[in-house]
Design a protein around this ligand. Structure first.
Ligand code: SF4
Length: 473
């Protein structure tokens, strides 16, 4: 999971990129970077949070009215600073590129670039591979007559090569700004007009913040090119079945974002309503419904409404501890859980507590939270999850790429309940998930819940991805 932003306009791009990246910080805390263009590329990237990487001095040198930015959580590669995005190539023209997603055929493409095209790659990041594929395809064209049609026809060759998820922003030196999204639209990308310029970003919250009154999604398989004088050209490069990551609505995206026309907050309310119905069916009698902060707040309110019981804040989060799910090692995750949450005992003591969470991946967090609630004097602790059991690896850029990571992989609900120490465990159904997020729309990737991958996939492919993942870790 990463966050991207791209700007082209008449004022300094970095003045928009920096606050935009802060708005996207929840999508990755491992590294941050930005590149702008004014006669030459100006690049700054490094490890850590946006506020750690950028300062007044380096912001001052990031000149130019066109720029792209990135926040990263590592999916392929160990996540060293050499893997931080954006990446820059000097030929043809000069291209800078950042992306959100994951290429399933990353290692094949990397080998092809090195062995067939005799190019040197300096990272384990798939953005560098996409950049080189784009550069190779552009080099095949008659570049004396560059125009948007030349660019779009070269993108056809790029789409033919890439398998997986990608939402890409690029600067083409002296020519303009390019954005494109994979044919299933697995990763989100929106764009809108801001005065004389255009803003592209992973989430609409960036566009709200940067003053774009209207925006739309880049469609699955669509490319958008904005030239240096502000003309906008769009083209459907390839057709594909829409399959937006449903986990964006469950967990990743900010509640104030709208993705593919669906408000994330509203989706979470509907998911709570659906989970509330499941809780009614299983006959638990909680005294209070408590969200696991922060993602589950809206859903917990709706569960309480459906059950007709009180909704209270019973767990308080230290805001300065990063999201545990996207911390790279198990040790870091366990430590972070302990430092992250504390209980308001008055809301818990002597009560039957229904905790509401967005998902259970490995089960460590849930187990720790249930223990915290019991230690605070709860009579019974029930655990409601507003997404279904996670069982299959995500191969599209979320850090759950081996099946062994999932507590639900080979366990029954009863076994998971015992393992996390709950008195009852209630999951959302896949149907409830689809109804809740999409009101019946089926254009979502649900692969981590169902095993139905929207792209080319096979058992052999999955095994290889798992092997590569383990090797890198
Ligand atoms: S597998 Fe799950 S997390 Fe990955 S893109 Fe699909 S829905 Fe999202």
């Amino acid at each position: 999971m990463c966050g991207i932003i791209g700007i082209i306009g008449k004022t300094r791009a970095i003045d928009f990129i920096y606050p935009g990246l802060i708005a996207l910080q929840h999508r990755g805390q491992d590294s941050a970077g930005a590149v702008t263009y004014a006669q030459t590329f100006h690049l700054k990237k490094g490890s850590g949070l946006v506020t750690n990487v950028f300062n007044l001095k380096n912001i001052a040198r990031l000149d130019g009215n066109i720029g792209i930015g990135h926040v990263r959580y590592p999916t392929v590669g160990p996540g060293g600073v050499e893997d931080a995005q954006p990446f820059v190539l000097t030929m043809p023209y000069g291209i800078a590129l950042a992306h959100n997603g994951n290429l399933i055929n990353y290692f094949d493409l990397k080998n092809e670039i090195i062995e067939k095209h005799l190019r040197y790659l300096n990272s384990n990041c798939d953005a560098e591979v996409i950049l080189n594929i784009l550069s190779i395809e552009l080099s095949k064209m008659d570049l004396k007559n560059f125009n948007q049609e030349v660019l779009f026809s070269c993108l056809k060759g790029v789409y033919d090569k890439l398998i997986g998820s990608f939402a890409v922003v690029c600067i083409i030196a002296g020519k303009g700004f390019l954005a494109f999204r994979d044919k299933n639209g697995i990763k989100p990308m929106v764009f809108g007009r801001n005065g004389d310029g255009y803003v592209f970003a992973s989430e609409s919250v960036c566009l709200d913040m940067l003053g774009c009154s209207e925006f739309r999604d880049v469609a699955p398989g669509e490319a958008v090119f904005v030239d240096t004088v502000g003309n906008v050209f769009t083209k459907q490069i390839v057709e594909g079945k829409k399959a937006t990551c449903i986990f964006e609505y469950v967990y990743f995206a900010r509640p104030d974002s709208i993705i593919d026309g669906i408000g994330v907050y509203k989706a979470r309310l509907r998911l709570g309503e659906e989970l509330g119905k499941e809780c009614l069916k299983c006959g638990i009698k909680p005294d209070v419904v408590v969200p696991v902060p922060d993602t589950a707040r809206g859903s917990a309110q709706m569960v309480a409404e459906v059950l007709g019981v009180r909704h209270r804040e019973g767990l308080i989060k230290n805001r300065y501890i990063h999201r545990t799910f996207i911390m790279p090692t198990q040790q870091q995750r366990i430590e972070a859980i302990k430092m992250k949450l504390n209980v308001i005992k008055s809301e818990i003591k002597d009560k039957n507590v229904l905790l509401i969470d967005d998902s259970i991946v490995r089960g460590n967090t849930s187990k720790e939270i249930i223990k915290l609630i019991r230690d605070a004097g709860a009579k019974e602790v029930y655990y409601g999850v507003y997404s279904p059991p996670l069982k299959y690896p995500c191969v599209y850029g979320i850090d759950m790429q081996t099946r062994g990571e999932f507590i639900a992989r080979n366990r029954s609900i009863e076994e998971i309940k015992k393992s996390i120490g709950a008195d009852a465990l209630i999951y959302q159904s896949v149907e409830g998930l689809l109804r809740g997020v999409g009101s019946g729309d089926t254009g979502f990737c649900t692969a981590c819940f169902t095993g139905n991958y929207p792209t080319e996939m096979s058992e052999k492919f999955l095994e290889r991805i798992e092997r590569d993942r383990i090797r890198i870790l």
